[in-house]
Design a protein around this ligand. Sequence first.
Ligand SMILES: [Zn+2]
Length: 483
Amino acid sequence: MEKIVSLCKRRGFIFQSSEIYGGLNGVWDYGPLGVELKRNLKNYWWRVMVHERDNIVGLDGSILTNPEVLKASGHVEGFSDLLVDCRTCKSRMRADQVVGKKGVQCCPRCGSQDLTEAREFNLMLETRIGSIDSRSAVTYAKPAADLTGATGPGMSSTSSESQLVAVRGPAGELVTSVYLRPETAQTIFVHFKNILEVSRKKLPFGIAQIGKAFRNEINPRNFTFRSREFEQMELEYFCRPEEGMKLLEYWKEERLKFYENIGIPRSKLHVLTVPDEERAFYSKGTYDIEYEFPFGRHELEGVANRTDYDLSQHQKASGKSLEYFDEETKQKFIPHVIEPSAGVDRTVLALICEAYSEDQAPDEKGKMETRTVLRFHPRMAPIKCAVFPLLKNKEPLVAKAKEIVDLLRPHLFVFYDESGAIGRRYRRQDEIGTPFGITVDFETLGEKDAKLRDTVTLRERDSMKQERVAIKDLVNTLKSRIH
Ligand SMILES: [Zn+2]
């Protein structure tokens, strides 16, 4: 795992957030190659989940969430972990991380038995909206109208910080605490009726969303696996209640296929049937799709039958009907929902772990050396193809190579590199997982054999095999191997 973390930093996949200031625990940034990999993953998910289906539409909801939404969903009350402090070394851990030695509870770091009682810790991150914060509170000693130029009913002002939450803005809006969403799903449930109306879909149909979510994890760990800020790819697939269990199986299989199609073999995936006692109380069935990370087997995605719990809760709390009317049967009911919910960052990490390998390859002089190679599926690879002129000081080679870059660019993400020996250039691309390399040589110019004019060497990353391909066939050849 250390080699992977170091490669991620060295080649610009993943950096620690705010690194020059010492970082921020549980938060990560994606560099030039990381952002490409992440985009390829999200775009492919969107393609197979939304564009290639008739009955799924998209949504891009906001991160700031009205607390009423999360009260209704149960997050304000129940979205918490049990927390324990060690009085000896002052470390803080989740209750399930406390180790038991001979039936006695101990601190996993120092071994002390002097632990606090477990207590609830809500994992949601809170912020405030409205023109107020503790640093600018003093300005509210003036009437609010002076600050904004607006007047209106229900306006009041205060200079007391303890009363901040009760302050009203000029429009009568209550300045209030809001949450950063802990999952993207709730935005979907809240817009169920809007989307049903505008999309004119019939059950079963789904709403898909990719976006950021936040959890104040007690112990962020395992590189990007458990982060405080992360991205989700979620689908809420609404159906008739009696179809729920069948669709749960359907989506589990679809999602397993997805991972295989991005280069994570079935043999490295495990499907865990979450036992009754560990499942959310409203769920009728949950599968966890797990991947064998170098640090253990961990969840990439949950596929759950959430029943009508969320829509019922929001209907009750908002007083707005979230029922579906079936034209054929003339029935009115709250649909059930199947939710495949995948973690973007976890899947990116799985892709990197799965792709990482070392093998033996000949160097410039034919001596075998260790080669680091990321064997990404071409579909996921950050850069699809690198283009090299054999020599950088031969103008016709450089000109031809640049012509090829222009030819390929509208179709795929290419990278041009003219510096260093050709073997070293191949190696650099192997290390970042570029599946194809094109070399423009003297044959391309027709100097040795007229028949080879306007052909190039196409090298494949994993086998290192080279073939001769006509420039005019390059686009189609590459597209058919990447898709
Ligand atoms: Zn301790």
